[in-house]
Design a binder for this molecule. Structure first.
Ligand SMILES: Cc1cc2nc3c(=O)[nH]c(=O)nc-3n(C[C@H](O)[C@H](O)[C@H](O)COP(=O)(O)OP(=O)(O)OC[C@H]3O[C@@H](n4cnc5c(N)ncnc54)[C@H](O)[C@@H]3O)c2cc1C
Length: 361
């Protein structure tokens, strides 16, 4: 019977899967960071840095039987995982959940959470002193950041630049329209359908004039690049038959196998399973992984588990500060500030994740 499971990466997929399987298998979670980073709280943390202490969650109380090894994995094969310090962890089943990176100050640069604390402190000071801020990229992170800055500092001029003609084009049009309405109420200037001709960096905030493809320029005291996540695929690409898909993620089959190795599974931002790179996606992927691995532990072939099916119509919750925002919550459809505030905007799911890590809500 397969019992030895190594999970690489303690983000939304890895930490929750490790916690769920801890009672039934020998779990080793490999994670270089001292604490889990609850990314959803890192946007508000730019204006409320005290949130960091509640949303960076040490791994100490996550597992009862298993262990968390604080190290980076450098290679995997069908027998196990090699760590940066040279150790080998033998495994019957390996799950790779190495996620993605994002520009500062929203995720740490690599394995060191202190880089996130430093980036947060620098961005907080810069935002508090800025008369004007520009945000390049109007995905969920860019939109929420515009709302948080306006909620905390209404006098600060905020410009949000999107290369799409409308906001959130992959969701029902009413959501983007409601967002545009609320951002305009908050006084955010929207530049839709505009590309920045060149960004000096995509990895951290900066203070330089940016030029748009229509010849206009934006002179803001502070510019946040928010141009999307960068999947961490370096452990997966060397595996036999692994291939990178269109969005830079490794393509996995419907049983979450990213390669020809039958005992290596992968999920989350690093892998294309048909879902977007969201926590919402991980909440669908983890229960499937748990079921599939329990079935493997019982001696059944992985293919006997019904295949994973991605979200067809995923929900999304987008607070604009603690009070405003909009959501798409099928089957109810597009919702306004009150449900958005009650479900997410007030507490950003921080208590839920603190409980998951054995900490007081
Ligand atoms: C600012 C921000 C806010 C967001 N808010 C939301 C939201 O409100 N709702 C939503 O649905 N989505 C949100 N997202 C998206 C969400 O954060 C990601 O989809 C989610 O983090 C993906 O989870 P994951 O487990 O795949 O990877 P991650 O959470 O990125 O975790 C990957 C882990 O793997 C570790 N790792 C990487 N390489 C190695 C290695 N070689 N060895 C060992 N460990 C390794 C990393 O240290 C990390 O801890 C947000 C993203 C950002 C940047």
């Amino acid at each position: 019977m397969n019992r030895n499971i190594v999970i690489v990466g303690g983000g939304y997929i890895g930490a929750e899967l490790a916690r769920r399987l801890d009672p039934v298998a020998d779990i080793t979670l490999v994670e270089p960071r001292a604490a889990f980073v609850h990314a959803a709280a890192m946007i508000r943390a730019v204006v409320q840095p005290e949130l960091l202490d509640r949303a960076l969650l040490p791994y100490d109380n996550l597992l009862t039987r298993g262990r968390v090894i604080r190290e980076r994995a450098t290679a995997i094969d069908s027998d196990g995982v090699t760590l940066a310090d040279g150790r080998r962890l033998m495994a019957d089943i390996i799950v790779v959940a190495t996620g993605s990176g994002y520009a500062a100050p929203f995720k740490p640069n690599g394995g060191d959470v202190d880089t996130l604390r430093q980036a947060n402190a620098a961005s907080h000071a810069a935002v508090m002193n800025a008369r004007s801020v520009a945000i390049i990229g109007a995905g969920a992170v860019g939109i929420e950041l515009a709302g948080e800055i306006k909620a905390a500092r209404p006098a600060c001029e905020v410009t949000l630049v999107s290369d799409t003609a409308s906001l959130l084009p992959t969701y029902p049009p009413r959501l983007g329209a409601e967002m545009e309405r609320q951002l305009s109420v908050l006084g955010v200037t929207l530049q839709l359908g505009r590309r920045v001709t060149a960004l000096p960096t995509k990895t951290a905030p900066f203070s330089e004039i940016v030029s748009l493809d229509n010849g206009e320029t934006i002179r803001a005291d502070l510019v946040f690049p928010a141009t999307g996540a960068c999947p961490r695929t370096d452990l997966l690409t060397p595996l036999p038959d692994a291939r990178i898909g269109a969005d830079g993620r490794v393509v996995a089959d419907r049983w979450m196998r990213p390669s020809a190795l039958p005992n290596v599974l992968a999920a989350g931002d690093a892998v294309d399973l048909g879902d977007a790179m969201t926590i919402v996606a991980t909440t669908r992927q983890v229960p499937w992984l748990e079921r599939a691995i329990r079935s493997m532990l019982a001696g059944r072939q992985l293919d006997r588990t019904p295949p994973y099916t991605p979200w067809r119509n995923p929900p999304i919750l987008l607070p604009l500060g603690p009070q405003m925002g909009a959501s798409y919550l099928p089957p109810a459809g597009v919702q306004g500030p009150i449900p958005t505030r009650l479900i997410k905007g007030r507490a950003l799911f921080v208590p839920k994740h603190r409980r998951q890590f054995g900490l007081g809500g």
